[in-house]
Write a protein that binds this ligand. Structure first.
Ligand code: ARG
Length: 455
């Protein structure tokens, strides 16, 4: 030690020990001593270094781990990672006569036909070799082209990434060709075109339709409603009517210029200039605001009996639909609302009769109650008139309350589209047993709405 020749003695270790990642046990070790360390300033790197077994071991292990991870990721992406693909396509329906009822998406005929087309396409894919890849089909629109009935659809598939676009398209097209040959009661012609579209295109197409909620926008096969707090986009037709910048009533978006609400919201405040309409689940940081140009209150609104508690608001400017702001479906005047069916009421109203309103949108699940039951002596004792509808739970506890007025009571149909059944109107306090919420029955005012808005 001490001579120049010994300055940089390397630690010589058998490779087996290197892999064990530790010093060599019980073996005379020659300890490296780098004399240059003594002679050079601290900031200067040493010219050469002895091979530290820990570092060698670390490098080897790192390389092995890195290789394993890369292989695993590659296998995963090629074989398991799935990507969603959206397609747009139009089917020609051969054995259905066009009629006026097929002009409006909310008529029973339109809805039944759309449902039949969807279930036929679904069944075809479920019985094909694409059963695992097919997620959903939705009829966006039924229309007439010349004398042909056309169904515009969007479809969603799930494929692993190693599949490439053109071959997917060919596989889907070939399944569709087979189906349409062996259909029973619905005769459809195979689509001449199948166009791949982006997620954004799908969203843009679907948000132009009424009654679409979050899940359907992405054509998701699952749907969740949980808790009482709504998430952004859960009830995209819900608006807040604010008087002097304070939430006062709820309202419902029925077109890009019209809001449907309750007449009683304007008995004390009828000056259009002091009202604003806000969009989005928060009343304090809304997604969008509009002013009101006209307030149109039902001519026969009677505050004493709450009869005809309905009003329309014409906005100063159109709103642009997106996934968080778009319209609810209006029911047909003849639509039947079965007692016992489920409905949802939403709003920023108080959570107890004397409480104050909230700033985050709340949702509650209730059941439709027949007017007969609701008019029982122990309940509203005859105060429920034909243009009204009751909803709640017989044991109470779930209800709309002060500040929810004018807001929506909605129901979901078989195709997962949401319809406006009622408008929050009145009730004896909130959530008491046998005192459910009372709503303006929208079907009873369907023609009135059409007369004033053309919708
Ligand atoms: N009139 C109340 C309002 O202006 C709504 C009352 C609803 N009450 C009920 N129990 N559902 O906000």
């Amino acid at each position: 030690m001490g001579s120049d020749g010994e300055r940089q003695m390397k630690l010589r270790l058998p490779t087996a020990h290197l892999l064990l990642c530790g010093p060599v046990p019980n073996r005379p070790q020659t300890v490296a001593f780098d004399f240059s360390l003594v002679l050079r300033p601290a900031w200067m790197p040493s010219a050469s270094r002895s091979l530290n077994p820990y570092i060698v071991c670390f490098v080897v292990v790192s390389v092995v781990v890195l290789l394993a991870v890369t292989t695993a990721l590659l296998v995963y992406f090629l074989a398991f990672d799935q990507k969603y693909y959206f397609y747009r396509s139009s089917f020609q329906i051969l054995n259905v006569q066009h009629s006026d009822e097929l002009n409006s998406p909310v008529t029973q005929k339109y809805r039944t036909l759309s449902a039949r087309i969807e279930s036929m396409i679904t069944r075809t894919f479920k019985e094909s070799n694409l059963r695992k890849q097919f997620i959903k089909v939705h009829v966006v629109r039924l229309r007439l082209s010349g004398s042909d009935m056309i169904a515009d659809t969007v479809m969603k598939f799930k494929f692993t990434r190693n599949n490439n676009g053109p071959s997917l398209k060919r596989r889907i097209e070939s399944v569709l060709r087979q189906m349409l040959n062996n259909s029973e009661n619905l005769v459809m012609k195979p689509p001449t075109e199948l166009t791949e579209i982006t997620d954004q295109d799908t969203e843009d197409i679907l948000t132009q339709e009424c009654g679409i909620r979050q899940g359907l926008i992405t054509l998701s096969d699952e749907r969740i409603i949980g808790g009482t707090k709504a998430k952004e986009g859960d009830w995209p037709w819900q608006v807040s009517l604010q008087w002097s910048n304070h939430h006062y009533c709820g309202g419902v978006l029925i077109s890009n210029r019209w809001i449907l609400t309750a007449a009683h919201c304007f008995t004390r405040h009828s000056d259009t200039l002091l009202w604003t309409v806000t969009f989005g689940i928060s009343t304090t940081s809304p997604k969008e605001r509009r002013r009101i140009r006209t307030i149109l209150i039902h001519n026969n609104y009677k505050p004493e009996t709450h009869e005809n508690d309905i009003a329309l608001l014409h906005l100063d400017r159109e709103v642009t639909f997106n996934r968080n702001i778009h319209v609810v479906c209006l029911p047909e005047a003849s639509q039947n609302i079965p007692p016992g069916s489920t409905a949802y009421v939403t709003g920023w109203g108080s959570q107890s009769y004397t409480g104050s309103t909230v700033t985050h949108l709340e949702q509650a699940r209730v059941n439709i109650i027949s007017n007969n039951v609701c008019n029982a002596p122990s309940s509203y004792n005859g105060a429920i008139l034909p243009g009204m509808l009751c909803a709640g739970l017989s044991q109470g506890g779930v209800d709309a309350c002060q500040g929810d007025s004018g807001g929506p009571l909605v129901q979901e149909d078989a195709r997962h589209l949401w319809f406006l059944t009622g408008i929050v109107s009145w009730g004896y306090q909130c959530g008491l047993p046998d005192k459910p919420g009372v709503y303006t029955l929208v079907t009873a005012y369907r023609d009135w709405i059409h007369q004033h808005t053309g919708i």
